[in-house]
Design a protein around this ligand. Structure first.
Ligand code: SAM
Length: 583
């Protein structure tokens, strides 16, 4: 109830929020330091809270981005209860970490509320969510170019509240569409109308915006009924009228024994001759009837798309592109948005980039469209897991995707700070340094002891992939750790292991690792250490960096016809086969 009251009040309070946050949406007099990365049109992968980064005008000056897609953490099945649960209610164990981090009533949310100087109409998570989203959307509006567009992906749990917020920030005239994406099929056990769709709001900053119409596949029935004719080579076509709808005296001529239609032909004699030469004119069996134009199915752009999208499947367990990130969106969805609302040379921002679908879409579209001008991307995420996954995901591109990482530890002190702050985030980050992904073997009961990550590789053509286990230590280390790790490698039938440590290893540890022996790679015909100890210092100073640092000794992956993905992407895909990372 309180949350509903909050949402009602919100619309009228937003102007106050804008004023109090010190950012006038209409005021262009913000600091205008052009960020070096921006001015050089570099792709940027940024770790951290997007609000902190967005507010930094040296990274994000005014009007520096052409397209924004945001998909804030939200789970439609649990979200409603989670968002409306009062703070003194029982905590929900099933919430994902990032959701917890961002949308709770903490000091930050309270400060924001003080900023807008409204009395909190009930401290529900929904209100916190809207407050936190509002400050971010104000910033996103600021960084968007005048010709830019913003797409906000959410679901019906909060879409109506978010639209009020967006209307207040962008203005109601800037609202262009509510896109309904059917993301699943009807559930037979639903007690109400099955909830099968997500909502994507499309706003532009002005009336002069980039727009490239998009087309979907033609319906099968349409193809079957209209394109019934086939050329000798199998090309399907339909026939269309070649007569002019209005009188055109200069187009009245006899064509190959066929008299001029009363209004003349649609085409000049020269164009007719050209069409005829290309075999595009169909001739009837009688001179009394009229020739017609062949329209080939393979030349049709498809059906012009509207705001209801039913033709893009969600990422299911069989999907090729599935990485195991629970909220991963389909590449096709992002490609559609990208192609419709951006052009080569544009900058695309995803401030909640997750496992990097938007980034992948930009890289893919750039490569498909060729040309010297490319789109540039910026992705921000709060978890090192996401940042590591994106690095791995980008590893599949050839030539490699070029990007700069910001906000990650760059030296041992930074790594120590991260380890103290959050052991798990440190672990995710460290795994990313060697292109490994989190170990999901814990589903096999009790089998996860001493394993934090894994990297799969295939060093023999047509042989099964092999496993390299990873253990990450941020605290004190001793030789017993290496002995235990050795046991784990044997138990899990892995061929190699990497022990990553923040602390320098002792001589005994090095000896213990040497005693573990070697792995002989049949593909490479050479030995590799069965256990390697790598320090964070070594990894950070490695000139190669993830996902194939020079200090990591492992066999290169053998290219096989059946293997379309690069090793890093396969690691993620293989991990995904075992289950989702965050489940
Ligand atoms: C729904 S997921 C996005 C999924 C993404 N569209 C994809 O296809 O992979 C939301 C992401 O936002 C991130 N996130 C949550 N709060 C954030 C914040 N304040 N700043 C940056 N990222 C945040 C989470 O870590 C999560 O990866």
């Amino acid at each position: 109830m309180a949350a509903h009251a909050g949402a009602r009040k919100l619309g009228t309070e937003l102007a106050a929020l804008q004023a109090a946050s010190g950012i006038s949406v209409e005021n262009p007099a913000m600091v205008r330091t052009i960020s070096p990365a921006m001015s050089q049109q570099k792709n940027l992968l940024i770790f951290g809270d997007n609000l902190r980064w967005l507010k930094d005008a040296s990274v994000f000056p005014d009007e520096c981005v052409d397209l924004i897609y945001l998909d804030p953490p939200f789970n439609s099945q649990r979200g409603y209860n989670v968002l409306f649960k009062e703070v003194d209610g029982a905590p929900s164990a099933s919430q994902i970490q990032a959701f917890d981090d961002t949308w709770q009533w903490d000091e930050d949310a309270r400060d924001r509320l003080d900023d807008i100087e409204v009395s909190a109409p009930g401290h529900s998570a929904m209100f916190a969510y809207l407050v936190q989203m509002t400050v971010r959307l104000v910033q996103l509006h600021r960084v968007l170019r005048k010709t830019g567009s913003l797409y906000l992906h959410c679901d019906p749990t909060a879409s109506h509240y978010l639209k009020v917020v967006l209307d207040a920030i962008f203005g109601t005239r800037s609202f262009k569409n509510e896109i309904i994406w059917q993301r699943t099929n009807v559930h037979s056990d639903s007690k109400t109308w099955s909830k099968v769709s997500d909502t994507i709001f499309f706003y532009t900053k002005s009336e002069k915006f980039t727009w490239n119409p998009q087309y979907g596949a033609l319906a099968e029935e349409h193809v079957a009924s209209k394109y019934r004719n086939k050329d000798g080579d199998g090309r399907q076509y339909q026939l269309s009228d070649m007569t002019s709808p209005n009188p055109r005296p200069n187009m009245m001529y006899e064509w190959k024994g066929h008299a001029s239609p009363p209004n003349g032909w649609r085409y000049s004699r020269e164009t007719m001759a050209d069409l005829d030469k290309q075999g595009r004119i169909w001739y009837p069996d009688s001179k009394e009837k009229r020739p017609r134009l062949k329209r080939y199915l393979d030349e049709m752009p498809g059906t012009l798309l509207g705001n209801v999208w039913t033709d893009i499947n969600p990422i299911n367990s069989q999907a090729q592109e599935r990485l195991g990130y629970p909220t991963q969106k389909p590449l096709a969805l992002l490609q559609r948005i990208l192609l419709a609302s951006s052009n080569p040379g544009d900058v695309v921002l995803d401030p909640f980039c997750g496992c990097g679908t938007t980034i992948d879409a930009v890289e893919t579209v750039n490569r498909e469209s060729g040309g010297a001008k490319r789109r540039t991307w910026i992705g921000i995420d709060l978890t090192h897991l996401a940042i590591s996954l994106i690095k791995n995901r980008l590893g599949r591109f050839t030539p490699p995707a070029r990007f700069e990482v910001m906000g990650e530890p760059t030296d041992v002190r930074g790594a120590e700070f991260l380890a103290r702050k959050d052991r798990y985030q440190f672990q995710y980050w460290a795994l990313g340094l060697i292109g490994a992904v989190p170990w999901t073997g814990e589903k096999k009961k009790g089998a996860d002891k001493g394993v934090d990550g894994v990297r799969y590789f295939r060093d023999e053509r047509d042989a099964a992939s092999k496993t390299m286990l990873v253990q990450v230590k941020s605290g004190h280390v001793k030789s017993g750790d290496i002995r235990d790790f050795h046991g784990t490698i044997d138990r899990e039938k892995a061929v190699m292991g990497v022990f990553i440590t923040l602390e320098e290893p002792t001589r005994d540890m090095r000896m213990e690792a040497l005693d573990a022996g070697q792995y002989f790679s049949p593909g490479q015909q050479r030995n590799y250490p069965r256990i390697q100890i790598l320090t964070i210092h070594e990894l950070l100073n490695d000139p190669d960096g993830a996902p194939k640092p020079r200090c990591l000794a492992m066999p290169p992956t053998v290219a096989a016809d059946t293997l379309k993905q690069a090793p890093a992407a396969r690691s993620a895909a293989k991990a995904a086969e075992q289950g989702d990372f965050l489940e």
